[in-house]
Design a protein. Sequence first.
Length: 434
Amino acid sequence: MHDDYIVLIYFYKMYGIVDCNSFYASCERAFRPELKGKPIVVLSNNDGCVIARSSEVKQFKDIPMGAVAFKYQQKFKQHGVHVFSSNYALYGDMSSRVMTIVNKYVDELEPYSIDEAFFKLNNKTFEEAELIGHKIQQEILRQLGLPVSVGIAKSKALAKIANNIVKIYPVQTKSVYCIGTEEQRIKALKWTNIGDVWGIGRRLGKQLQAMGIYKAYGYTLLTDTLVRSRFSVVGLRLKHDLEGKPTICLEKGLDEDRKMIAVTRSFPNVLSDLNEIEERIATFANSAAEKLRKQQGECAAAYLFLQSNRFGKEYVKLGAMVPFGFATSSSITITKMVLQKLREIYRNDCSYKKGGVVLVSITNNTSHQTRMFADENPKHQLLMHTMDALNEKLGKGKLKLANQDIAKTWKMRQEHLSPNYTTKLSDIITVNCR
DNA sequence: TCTGGGGTCCTAGGACCC
DNA sequence: TCTGGGGTCCTAGGACCC
């Protein structure tokens, strides 16, 4: 007999996720170093409710996510919380910088939301993967000042769980955790509450608990047939993913063309005057059409809606589909059709708190169908092109349609807005090196 | 005075067709 | 009692995500 050893090294395709901790709050802090260790919240549009909390705020336990700002003024004061209005120009720019860094280290990237991205690593050992995770984490912290958590495993759903483990044990994991072995997988699944599994929301969580399943592990013990029949193919894919058989694939992510484009807003005050509402809806329609043209799209219909205050006595919801009869991307056509429908459904016996325009039936304009009866002036395309180019050059909203808010009377409530440190020349920070 | 916004996918069921 | 069968396309609504 020879004394030969066979050394087995496993190379896997691995999935990971990078998730920025308290992203909006961290972006604000990145440019205000004196806020290190201080509690921060970021508010939604119109300074309505809390949509991001720094870890310090989470520890207070008495300012929940979604807390209505005006009801929590006292609590903010009591804890010395620093309050910010949301600054999407800043967060969007920081997000793309994060994506750029992650992309340097991985084989495939799927930006999943503004503050997180899935990635794939081909033919790596778990040790190598973990090392890459640390490099990503360290570079983002050093270059952007943003703390992130990295989870790595054999599937997306498991990577999400690894990420949750980092969130709970940031120090022990040094911000990166890898579910590598089968023992680690089972331990992690037994630790994870069923409702915390990616893809199991409130409804399904309740159903599963009623079946006596409280942990992710219990879900993986159900039979495929049962899962398929009760939770559809979506539930089945999730089960396989949790078993370590990667089933939920990486997608192209945010770069992909939207299948639906929505622009909806709550109004700072209720509106009941048709003229005012027309102006709002026209602005929404125009901005949706702008997004549509950005992705070289056309749409054949829109959905229009108006809602009264949903916390009021009588909650009124009006809505209607607006079929165009052909595909278009012209702001003029879309706005005209939507406003026409608005006048049909508008009721003057109530006041509205929120409205929106959703573009649907979106196709790519390369496959444009020539139509028998042209309902649109062919000059629109050229005009839109020019309008977009000018707005790009001069700044957003410089050129508007005549039915939009020319006098700029309408304004979002943003009492705690931070400067656009990274996207506006006049807001760039000056550093005194003396 | 005040309560966010924007997406995806799947299924069931109806309309319609041969 | 019972009414053909099989297919496609579309839409509304429900579930989920951040």
